[in-house]
Design a protein around this ligand. Structure first.
Ligand SMILES: [Zn+2]
Length: 463
């Protein structure tokens, strides 16, 4: 009976495992073993609802034959560096250490900024996918994606550029397609473009004239991308993901929080300012905290340990003792005027902070739409597409697998799993019950026989 039970347990475990492994081949290729190349593109600051409010003929063509995820829940802080690193590591900011666009480390006395970003110290707490790709024996190529020109984990990409904002989109993409077509071992490429973020900051997302102009330009780049992939024979064979790091919201001179109005300038130092402030108190911590807490109804003030868990923004030595978070559309300054008309960095639950995602290629479903995904789920997806082992991460493959043509969707797989599991358990119990019943019947026979024998013996005595 014990052996039978083990067999049934084994069956249940095996059936569970069957539901967890891919139903098709790992890479999305129809046949053969070759992994299709993967191109990851980011248009900085592409807010999800731009898609509802502006016209994107090329982008629509791209996802009508692929996948569209309307909103991506990104990570806090909703800034460029933290989110680009989350996309390629699957980690929250507190886990990969790229916490903001401006950082300070009190132990080493080092400072990070957009213009001073190439010290591996800031990047080495995580392993981006391009390092794993090359460790797996493939090659990776990059055009300006944050961190790709840095030596991370002692690994320097050969196919990359030093960051140069003047390099055109066409030039960036042209180099990537050349590397991919000349060397078939280049399996992962990544491209970064600064718009519509730059215009969003400068004019504010409510400026429909300027946003319409820049979004038309961005859509033109997507059209060029499809043409270029077609010209080089890659279109249809390459998996392409187009996404962004964050959205953008309108700011106003009417919504400015001035810290110097609440606290003496000599009693604190700001490492980063808006919309998430990182403050180092100079002097008494509790007084600085108390004064900042009372500063403005549209600014939340947290001691590092009290930052809400859902923001995943406290378990890192680089997070400063006091964190300020402005309400949506509010700007924190030390003093002075509004620095820019549009901004991001706010709480990652605001839809205005969310980007979108679109995907096209042999691995992806066609004409498939999803309402939302977590941006950290992109990493396990990309590892799956490339057939490389993912590093520990905060993402999940459960829902993102729905976008793939060869995969059972997460909830469907779960429902089928539950039904099969229940059937197996019921069958197991029925069999066990029958076995026990049979054993009872067969085991009762010797006693019956003994009793009969005793009866036989007894009869003469009674008689
Ligand atoms: Zn920006």
């Amino acid at each position: 009976m014990q052996v039978n039970s083990y067999l049934y347990v084994l069956m249940i475990v095996c059936s569970g495992l069957t539901l967890c492994v891919p139903t098709g081949n790992q890479t999305g290729l129809g046949s053969g073993n070759e992994v299709p190349p993967l191109l990851l593109v980011s248009f900085d600051g592409f807010r999800a609802d731009y898609l509802n409010n502006y016209s994107f003929p090329n982008l629509e063509k791209f996802f009508s034959d692929g996948v569209l995820v309307h909103e991506l829940t990104n990570v806090f802080t909703t800034k460029t560096f933290p989110n680009h690193y989350s996309l390629v590591t699957g980690l929250y900011a507190e886990s990969h250490g790229m916490l903001a666009n401006v950082m300070y480390d009190s132990v080493s006395n080092k400072t990070f900024s957009i213009k001073n970003d190439s010290d591996p110290f800031w990047w080495d707490e995580a392993t981006p996918i391009w390092v794993s790709v090359e460790e797996s024996g493939y090659k990776a190529a990059a055009a300006m994606w944050p961190g790709t020109d840095v030596s991370i984990q002692n690994h320097t990409l050969k196919h990359k550029f030093k960051y140069n904002p003047k390099m055109t989109f066409q030039n960036r993409l042209g180099n990537l397609t050349q590397w991919m077509t000349e060397d078939r071992s280049v399996k992962f490429s990544t491209l970064y473009w600064e718009e519509p973020d730059r215009s969003g900051h400068m004019y504010g997302p409510d400026n429909t004239t300027e946003m319409s102009r820049v979004l038309k330009e961005v859509d033109g780049h997507i059209g060029f991308l499809m043409e270029q992939l077609n010209r080089t024979g890659l279109w249809g064979k390459i998996n392409v993901i187009i996404t962004s790091d964050h959205g953008m919201t309108q700011c106003s001179q009417e919504r400015v929080i001035k810290l110097d109005d609440c606290i003496h300038p000599s009693s604190y130092r700001v490492v980063d300012l808006t919309p998430v402030g990182a403050v180092i108190p100079l002097g008494d911590n509790s007084t600085v905290y108390k004064n900042l807490s009372r500063c403005h109804p549209h600014m939340k003030v947290y001691l590092k340990d009290e930052v809400p868990d859902r923001l995943h923004y406290k378990n890192n030595a680089r997070i400063q003792p006091i964190i300020l978070v402005a309400d949506e559309g509010w700007t924190i300054v030390k003093n002075g005027r509004l620095p820019r008309l549009g901004d991001h960095g706010y709480d990652n639950t605001f839809p205005s902070m969310h980007p979108f995602l679109a995907a096209h290629g042999p691995a992806f479903r066609k004409g498939y739409k999803m309402s939302s995904l977590n941006s950290v789920d992109l990493y396990p997806l990309m590892c799956h597409l490339l057939g490389i082992p993912p590093k520990p991460n905060n993402g999940s493959f459960t829902y993102v697998r729905c976008a793939l043509v060869n995969e059972q969707c997460g909830q469907l797989a779960l429902a089928v799993g539950i039904v099969i599991g229940v059937l197996i358990i019921l069958t197991t119990f029925t069999c066990l019950f029958k076995l026990m019943k049979n054993r009872d019947v067969s085991s009762s026979r010797p006693f019956a026989r003994l009793e009969l024998e005793e009866d036989d013996d007894d009869v003469p005595l009674l008689e």
